[in-house]
Design a protein around this ligand. Structure first.
Ligand code: ATP
Ligand code: MG
Length: 415
């Protein structure tokens, strides 16, 4: 008979197991805890949206929309896209679900996102993000709150060696003037630019500043900073953000080359970066996107937020240990199978993590149980013709009276 071939895991996807899974879960649990400390409300939104939700809010000229989206016609012929990020879907929900009435709205979410990229360490096609957004708050206090939240999350995860890089993209007036200065500068250096950056020059000149192509670096590094173009209002906004960070004790460094490509990005742009993950060093990134909601046909609405890669954070958190087994319950003879089922259930209902050993060779069950490294073992066997309840371990760790009240009613009745 022909051998049946096992289907392969799809390239760029992951089966998250063991220590890796525990770190992953630890990142999500810590995010859930910390976002609640900042009174951010959890929301859950669809994994797929109409393609135009992303095309219009992320922008056709970005890598994400032009090269990385998983888009497909569904059976009804509508073009759908697996979400490549959360912000666009949250903005769509803000408009379609009438969430305007709750503005300003502090939102947190997490889950899988999809991008067709070249897979490598820290870069997948299905990966996971945690995400925090404040929609409807135009004040710098919202930017500060989001950054302090991100900083506390990283601290609580015990992630070390991460720096917050901060920049401002100014207001509309600032940005137009700076953009023109950049176009003039890069036009004068056309001959030195990569092909990608020549395209960017036409569509998205700010993006040349953060090009990773070494050919672009001399022109990018010598380009004018935004500072000379900041209006007094834009400078005041940035000063308010940095003063807030200083007041909250969050360290930051200025990176004048940090940009977000789209026209509606304003003011704050930031990344938390580490040198411990090679070229996948950005763990958390975001900024202010006043204007995004308008690009989806909504009213002028301020917004600011960030997203972080769960896998990249998980790679940075300390090693975890497997679930601790409080109690192992062993049936050393077949006749004790049901009492062990009863005991195991009773112990678990009382909050003890319990593993029952009722299958396999009865004589080997005890050895098997010890391998689980329980704090306490209870074994039911027959000795000299009588049922015997053996107990061993650090019962002091538990509440001895409570334990007796669970165990005795079940074992007393054994014939
Ligand atoms: P990069 O420059 O690494 O491609 P990006 O600018 O595309 O990142 P964002 O869109 O800002 O990333 O997404 C926020 C975070 O999501 C990133 O900082 C990173 O931690 C994570 N991330 C982005 N793409 C991937 C991916 N393909 N696999 C795993 N994590 C990712
Ligand atoms: Mg990317």
């Amino acid at each position: 008979m022909a051998r049946i071939e096992t289907p392969k895991r799809v390239r760029g996807t992951q089966d998250i197991f063991g220590d890796e899974q525990r770190r992953f879960a630890h990142v999500l649990a810590t995010f859930e805890r910390v976002r609640a400390l900042y009174c951010f409300q959890r929301v859950d939104i669809p994994i797929f949206e109409a393609t135009e939700v992303f095309a219009r809010s992320i922008g056709e000229t970005t890598d994400v929309v032009s090269k990385e989206m998983y888009s497909f016609p569904d059976r009804g012929g509508d073009s759908l896209t697996l979400r490549p990020e959360f912000t666009a879907g949250l903005a769509r929900a803000f408009l379609t679900e009438g969430w305007q009435q709750y503005a300003p709205l502090k939102l947190a979410t997490s889950g899988p996102v999809f991008r067709y990229e070249r897979p490598q360490k820290g870069r997948y096609r299905q990966f996971h993000q945690i995400d925090a957004e404040v929609i409807g708050a135009p004040e710098p206090a919202a930017d500060v709150e989001l950054l302090v939240l991100a900083d506390q999350l990283l601290r609580e995860l015990g992630v070390e060696g991460v720096t917050l890089q901060l920049n401002t993209l100014g207001d509309a007036e600032t940005r137009d003037a700076w953009r023109q200065a950049l176009v003039d500068h890069f036009e004068a250096h056309r001959a030195d630019l990569s092909e990608d950056s020549l395209t960017r020059l036409a569509k998205n000149p700010l993006r040349i500043l953060d090009s990773k192509d070494p050919r672009d670096r001399p022109a990018a590094d010598s380009a004018p900073d935004i500072d000379a173009y900041l209006t007094p209002a834009a400078r005041a906004f940035f000063d308010a953000v940095t003063a807030g960070l200083d007041a909250a004790g969050v360290a930051w460094t200025r990176n004048p080359r940090l940009v977000r490509g789209l026209d509606y990005y304003r003011h704050t742009a930031f990344e938390f970066v580490t040198d411990r993950l090679g070229s996948q060093g950005t763990v958390l990134a975001g900024g202010r996107y006043d204007g995004l909601i308008e690009s989806l046909g909504g009213p002028a609405t301020a917004g600011v937020g960030w997203a972080a890669g769960v896998e990249r954070l998980a790679m940075l958190v300390p090693e975890t240990s497997p679930i601790a087994v409080d109690i192992a319950v062993i049936a050393e003879a077949e006749e004790f199978h049901l009492p062990v089922v009863a005991l195991t259930a009773a112990l678990r209902r009382s909050g003890y993590s319990t593993e029952g050993f009722v299958t396999g060779n009865p004589k080997k069950r005890y050895e098997k149980a010890l391998k689980a490294d329980p704090a306490y073992t209870i074994s039911l066997s027959r000795m000299n013709g009588l049922p015997h309840v053996g107990e061993r371990g650090r019962r002091a760790t538990f509440h001895p009276d409570e334990l007796r009240a669970i165990i005795d009613p079940i074992t007393n009745g054994l014939a």
